[in-house]
Design a protein around this ligand. Structure first.
Ligand code: DX5
Ligand code: ZN
Length: 232
């Protein structure tokens, strides 16, 4: 397991939700070879969100293919019964939604207790106050810039102010701000300027390429990174 070291440089995290589900291993190798900093893994349960993907067994199977950081985004409720399984699967960062249950504080304690970095995700309708008393127990805040459940949705601009508020709340603490949903070269700069450092992108990374033609993955990642870095 590679523990991510903290810095605020721009990190591009391709979401494998937009990859070929029959070929995750080679898709991960391709995006990492073409500049991905983290690999974002979307776990959905058909209950917390209206879509299903996969669980800890799939995460464990793809883990050996990830040389960077395995960034697991749980869109499931409840979370707590599965924390040990995701630790065993090799997740570096495990992110739970603040809306997933009444005891997010306990959930975050359990994630760190299981040896992972702890992330908390906020749906677009959830205010920043919901994480105010969690600041000293988290390593990442994921701001959803779409309603979670599906790739390829339109970026919600009201979340720019949320990122600015969170950036001020974080101060000097070593907490990443991650953005998830609708990120491309036109929206990435808005979020980088507001204070985000980890940019998840599914459609905008995987479009136009494949494991046998991975060059577009590199072009897409470079375009998002260049746009974000220029806005800082
Ligand atoms: C949505 C997921 C995202 C998704 C983003 O619920 O959490 O990670 O893959 O996809 P794009 O980049 O296509 O909006
Ligand atoms: Zn995600």
């Amino acid at each position: 397991m590679t523990a991510p070291s903290f810095d605020r440089s721009i990190k591009i995290a391709p979401s494998i939700l937009a990859a070929d589900f029959a070929d995750f291993g080679r898709e991960i190798q391709a995006v990492e070879a073409h500049g991905a900093d983290w690999i974002h893994v979307d776990v959905m349960d058909g209950h917390f969100v209206p879509n299903l993907t996969f669980g800890p067994a799939m995460c464990k199977a793809i883990r050996p293919h990830i040389k960077t950081v395995m960034d697991v985004h749980l869109m499931i409720a409840p979370v707590d019964p599965y924390i040990d399984a995701f630790a065993d699967a090799g997740a570096d960062i495990l992110t739970a939604h603040v809306e997933a249950g009444p005891h997010i504080h306990r959930t975050l304690q359990a994630i760190r207790g299981a040896g992972m970095k702890a992330g908390v995700a906020l749906n677009p309708g959830t205010p920043t106050e919901s994480v105010e008393y969690l600041m000293d127990m988290i390593d990442l805040i994921c701001v959803m810039t779409v309603n979670p459940g599906f790739g390829g949705q339109k970026f919600i601009h009201s979340q720019i102010d949320k990122v600015k508020e969170l950036r001020a709340m974080i101060g000097d603490r070593p907490i990443h701000i991650e953005i998830d949903g609708g990120i491309d070269p036109s929206t990435a700069p808005l979020m980088a300027a507001a204070g985000a450092d980890a940019l998840v992108a599914g459609s905008a990374v995987f479009k136009g390429g494949s494991v046998i033609n991975p060059a577009p993955y590199g072009e897409n990642i470079r375009a998002i990174r260049a746009a974000a870095e220029a806005a800082r």
